[in-house]
Design a protein around this ligand. Structure first.
Ligand SMILES: [Zn+2]
Length: 103
């Protein structure tokens, strides 16, 4: 799908319509000790002891998650950056698309 590189939209900081630059957000590597990470949970004493470890077991999560690799499209995640004040905002509702091209 083709998307324009810039577009006019409302800026909450400027309180009027200004030109915004559109970009697809890049995936960032998650920090190893952030909330929700296995390492952090282990440090906090979860996933230890006798019996079935369940979620904390030895298998990688991808083998458990059966939907992995089924869908051929990905949801969009656009960031709009105001060209006047530099304030950026996120996309309200996303949609599925195989490929995004900025023109
Ligand atoms: Zn602005």
């Amino acid at each position: 799908m083709k998307m324009p590189k810039k577009r006019n939209m409302y800026c909450r900081k400027c309180k009027r319509h200004t030109e915004h630059a559109v970009a697809q957000s890049k995936k960032k590597e998650r920090s190893s000790l952030k909330r929700g990470s296995i390492q952090r949970a282990l440090k906090r004493g979860q996933g230890r002891g006798a019996g079935n470890l369940g979620k904390w077991g030895s298998k990688p999560p991808i083998s458990r998650w059966k939907m992995a690799g089924v869908k051929s499209s990905k949801k969009t995640d656009f960031r709009f950056k105001c060209k006047e004040c530099g304030k950026s905002s996120v996309q309200g509702s996303s949609f599925r698309s195989k490929k995004i091209e900025f023109v």
